[in-house]
Design a protein around this ligand. Structure first.
Ligand SMILES: CC(C)(COP(=O)(O)OP(=O)(O)OC[C@H]1O[C@@H](n2cnc3c(N)ncnc32)[C@H](O)[C@@H]1OP(=O)(O)O)[C@@H](O)C(=O)NCCC(=O)NCCS
Length: 156
């Protein structure tokens, strides 16, 4: 995750923004406890990771303020896609797309009809290619330099 954040955001953010983005990125261990987080491996190497959630928090890691663990209503609320990170040595090999597909199937199996996420600029091309549409652009400056994020949604 650290390598992914530091290296793969370089074309999209300044060094100050990458440092700032660490406040709103990383793992929320609730996803692991919930069994909704995937790790893709090749041999003994982690190629990437990412997951989904039936809880209200839209983005952020354990260290990010303002998480909201209440359960969503599949009939009314979109399931969340969370914490997508590909190992820089494994980019553009379909790891992100594979994880999104696993998330979509798992959320659909629980009755969700929509997915929502807060994407980084680095993540936006993947999410757009997968069928997500932007619904809101925000900046989060809780880590210092303002980081541009995009809330995106997809029907499933
Ligand atoms: C976003 C991220 C997870 C994408 O992972 P990935 O495993 O390389 O993505 P995939 O190989 O599944 O890409 C699928 C498609 O998405 C699009 N895409 C992915 N990365 C892209 C990029 N950097 N530029 C343009 N299109 C891209 C392409 O259409 C790609 O298909 P193609 O390779 O056949 O052209 C990865 O870049 C990353 O970890 N970024 C840093 C961390 C981050 O910002 N995560 C998102 C948090 S919301």
């Amino acid at each position: 995750m650290n390598a992914s954040i530091a290296e793969l955001q370089r074309g999209f953010l300044t060094a100050a923004q990458i440092t700032s983005s660490k406040t709103v990125m990383g793992i929320d261990t609730q996803l692991i406890e919930d069994g909704t987080y995937f790790v893709v491996e090749e041999g003994h190497e982690i190629a990437g990771c990412g997951g989904w959630s039936r809880r209200a928090t839209l983005y952020g890691g354990d260290h990010t303020p303002g998480r909201e663990p209440s359960l969503l209503d599949p009939a009314r609320d979109p399931a969340r896609v969370r914490a997508m990170y590909t190992n820089p040595a494994f980019t553009r090999r379909g790891v992100g797309r594979l994880i999104l597909d696993l998330c979509e199937r798992a959320a659909a199996a629980e009755g969700f009809t929509t997915l929502e996420l807060m994407g980084t600029l680095s993540g936006e091309p993947l999410y757009s290619a997968y069928g997500f549409e932007p619904v809101e652009r925000i900046t989060d400056d809780r880590g210092g330099a303002p980081v541009h994020l995009v809330r995106m949604r997809k029907s499933i």
